[in-house]
Design a binder for this molecule. Structure first.
Ligand SMILES: O=P(O)(O)OC[C@H]1O[C@](O)(COP(=O)(O)O)[C@@H](O)[C@@H]1O
Ligand SMILES: [Mg+2]
Ligand SMILES: [Mg+2]
Length: 339
């Protein structure tokens, strides 16, 4: 029966055990982040279950509203947002929440306040819901300065100040990827146990990849460095093989593949959208944090993404992230243009 045991992960490092271990590395930690993360994990399990049943439980389709980005909200966008807001508030560890689905930041009532801000995209890639393609949740966590005196400034911080970030991908399996600033680890939900088990310890992105990932339908409006980079991917002049193109259209799924296989994911600026499409606080920053923690890089076309200081909660930024050398090449093309 040995081979059967081999087919299962019997070490059972659950996400709870992992986070508790991390907590014990810091003698000053009082368990607040551990509790907050356990509430996020609960939210992810809830959404994973709703996504699995979406077609059956009439959760497919539009909710009838548009959100602050003038995007039509899907029923699952609305449900996921409610789940995460409730999970985060009831943790008693948050004081400000920024969600893609809410125009304004939510200030938690004083009695339930804790010392963290959470910025999140409750359901990323929601245009893919109705055809069953992978979607996800993205989150970034900051510590605030003074919980008696919380302002919007507490969330408008550079991404490098984050204390933790992660995403959960609802795909062929449900995978939660997390960093608390000490590397990146991936956990897969075992539906029979209802637990996330460590399946991808200490993820490191390959230094150079064979895949590029971009919406090429926007190519006619790209700037020169982006156009040159994609041209080099397809027609390399150094004798190397062309890169493969993979684009799902769900940032979580495209970034997850990039993290595991290497390569680069880009959502650049273009003539129609000079700030690109993806939102700084809950898409660009958490994914950039994970990339850097895994040994990759993230660049906006002008600077290291995590050095950006947002001025609005729904601000957007162009983004190029992935394998260190691939992003280095893009940085070189922007530097050349700036000469
Ligand atoms: O359809 P496009 O323009 O290629 O955009 C795809 C991008 O838009 C997004 O779907 C935006 O996310 P939301 O679904 O959370 O609004 C990203 O997940 C994805 O990377
Ligand atoms: Mg999104
Ligand atoms: Mg979304």
């Amino acid at each position: 029966m040995d081979h059967e045991a081999d087919a299962y992960r019997t070490d059972l490092m659950t996400i709870t055990r992992y986070v508790l271990n991390e907590q014990s590395r810091n003698p000053e930690a009082r368990g607040d982040l551990t509790i907050l993360l356990s509430h996020i994990v609960l939210g992810c399990k809830f959404v994973a279950s709703a996504v699995n049943k979406a077609g059956l439980a009439k959760l497919i389709g539009l909710a009838g509203e548009t959100n602050v980005q003038a995007k039509e909200q899907k029923k699952l966008d609305v449900l996921s947002n409610e789940v995460f807001v409730k999970a985060l508030v009831s943790s008693g560890r948050t004081c400000v929440l920024v969600s893609e689905e809410d125009e304004e930041a939510t200030f938690v009532e004083p009695a339930l306040r804790g010392k963290y801000c959470v910025c999140f995209d409750p359901l990323d890639g929601s245009s893919n819901i109705d055809c069953g393609v992978s979607i996800g949740t993205i989150f970034g966590i900051y510590m605030i300065k003074d919980k008696e005196n919380v302002t919007l400034e507490d969330v408008l911080q550079p991404g490098k100040n984050m204390v933790a970030a992660g995403y959960c991908m609802y795909g062929s399996s449900c995978t939660l990827v997390l960093s608390t600033g000490n590397g990146v680890n991936g956990f897969t939900l075992d539906p029979s146990l209802g637990e996330f088990i460590l399946t991808h310890p200490d993820i490191k992105i390959p230094n150079k990849g064979k895949i590029y990932s971009v919406n090429e339908g926007n190519a006619k409006n790209w700037d020169e460095p982006t156009a040159k980079f994609v041209e080099k991917c397809k027609f390399p002049k150094d004798g190397s093989s062309p890169k493969s193109l993979r684009y799902i259209g769900s940032m979580v799924a495209d970034v997850h593949r990039t993290l595991l296989y290497g390569g680069v994911f880009l959502y650049p600026a273009d003539k129609k959208s000079p700030n690109g499409k993806l939102r700084v606080l809950y898409e660009v920053f958490p994914m950039s944090f994970l990339m850097e923690q895994a040994g990759g890089q993230s660049f906006t076309g002008k600077q290291r993404a995590l050095d950006l200081i947002p001025t609005k909660i729904h601000e957007r930024s162009p983004i190029f992230l992935g394998s260190y050398e691939d992003v280095e090449e893009i940085k070189g093309l922007y530097a050349e243009q700036a000469k």
